[in-house]
Design a protein around this ligand. Structure first.
Ligand SMILES: Cc1ncc(COP(=O)(O)O)c(C=O)c1O
Length: 401
């Protein structure tokens, strides 16, 4: 009864989800305090107080039939206005509510963009390592995912490889900065180079290549001087897919938006396409209550203090005991070189010490593993002796103090 396509997707499964479930089973057996589950990116910092207060205020004061009723599928106009104003102020741009569609998180945002732009046979390029759900989002909406590796060790885009991968079938390129799983951030120069390359290739191929920037970690950065460039300022055929799942710790509430450039050709049609896609994919519209909450809280600062402390502590410890890894500039993941070239075997061996990590193969980049550090700081510190035992198993060399 199930389609072949769905059977294939089920077969690929999600290593992250099954690790997480394994972590829950292990916690029941040996107690949660003894399990070091670094698999799932579930934020550990509570949502800002302002979110709860706004939700209560809205529920108490708004007229229920309006609050809970059907609406324009792009979302409440006043919320989209508030978001456009927020973006314009921060990024020196001039978009309006018309350039915003409220979504059911970044997942919905990516799906409606691909659903709106892809024709059969179209290819979408992603840069590996990549968030593995992209395959479902692209293939589920009629496209073919093409994977292009980033530069060794730095995980920055490899422009030459990207250029070579572009064919007359290329419809879009997805970028994700701050990146899951590496934590790297693409600089303004890098974004400028990608934009110039896509302009050149669009001319050569005689069709617009779309740049899709997936940005759920935009505010989760660790150094004041880090700039996360706003791609709408660099490339006209671009979409930003944003989510409040990570910045405001709201993954279960399913709220985000898509913003598109006001230089994009056929703006009206693009807006209609996204609105049509949100209905035809069965989302209909983003959750009403949380749209309103975001409208009130859009300017609330994002707290990254605990993530930064976790990152610094875990990064230093892993380095000290001989693991090698690029220092993240953002998001909440470390992408560490596996001492066993077979990263699946390595992840299995980590389980002996009750450490759960995700093999790099799952992100299209074997030979590495991902450690998610959005957990309590105690969990990070208590895991150190286990990490040390794991490093000893692989005879890693301890850094001299
Ligand atoms: C890079 C990336 N994109 C998209 C998503 C999906 O986010 P959402 O929960 O908003 O659908 C995630 C979630 O982990 C992610 O890491």
């Amino acid at each position: 009864m199930i389609s072949k396509k769905m059977e294939e997707a089920i077969g690929r499964g999600s290593v992250i989800r099954s690790m997480f479930e394994e972590g829950c089973r292990l916690a029941e057996k040996i107690g949660p305090q003894n399990v070091y589950d670094f698999s799932l990116g579930n934020p550990s910092i509570p949502s800002p107080d302002e979110i709860r207060m706004a939700a209560i205020d809205i529920l108490q004061n708004e007229e229920p039939t309006k609050l809970h009723g059907y609406m324009n599928s792009a979302g409440f106009e006043e919320v989209r206005c508030a978001i456009a104003k927020h973006i314009n102020l921060r990024h020196n741009i001039n978009i309006t509510a018309k350039n915003i569609v409220m979504t059911v998180g970044a997942t919905c945002g990516l799906c409606i963009v691909f659903h709106s732009i892809l024709d059969p046979g179209d290819e979408v390029i992603t840069l590996a390592p990549f968030f593995s759900e992209y395959r479902n989002y692209v293939e589920g909406n009629g496209g073919k995912l093409v994977v292009v590796p980033t530069q060794d060790q730095t995980f920055q885009p490899d422009l030459k490889k990207l250029e070579k991968a572009i064919t007359p079938n290329t419809k879009a390129v997805i970028i994700n900065s701050p990146n899951n799983p590496t934590g790297v951030v693409y600089s303004p120069d890098t974004i400028q180079s990608i934009a110039l390359l896509l302009q050149k290739k669009s001319r050569e191929m005689g069709r617009a290549i779309v740049l899709v920037s997936d940005e759920p970690y935009r505010e989760i950065i660790y150094r004041e001087e880090t700039i996360v460039p706003y791609v709408l300022n660099y490339y006209e055929n671009s979409f930003i897919v944003y989510s409040f799942s990570k910045s405001f710790s709201l993954p279960g509430e399913r709220i985000g938006y898509v913003a598109f450039s006001n230089h994009i050709p056929n703006q009206e049609l693009v807006a209609q396409g996204l609105s049509m896609a949100i209905r035809s994919l069965g989302y209909v519209n983003a959750p009403a209550l949380f749209q309103k909450v975001i409208g009130k809280c859009i300017d609330v600062p994002v707290n990254v203090k605990e993530y930064k402390a976790n990152m610094e502590a875990l990064f230093s410890h892993l380095k000290k005991i001989g693991f090698s890894c690029v220092k993240p500039e953002g998001a909440f993941y470390l992408f560490v070189k596996s001492p066993n070239p077979n990263d699946n075997e390595f992840a299995e061996s980590a389980k002996k010490y009750n450490i759960l990590v995700v093999p790099g193969s799952f992100f299209g980049y074997p030979g590495y593993f991902r450690v998610t550090y959005c957990v309590s700081n105690d969990k990070i510190i208590n895991s150190f002796p286990q990490w040390t035992k794991l490093a000893e198993e692989y005879s890693l060399r301890t850094e001299q103090q």
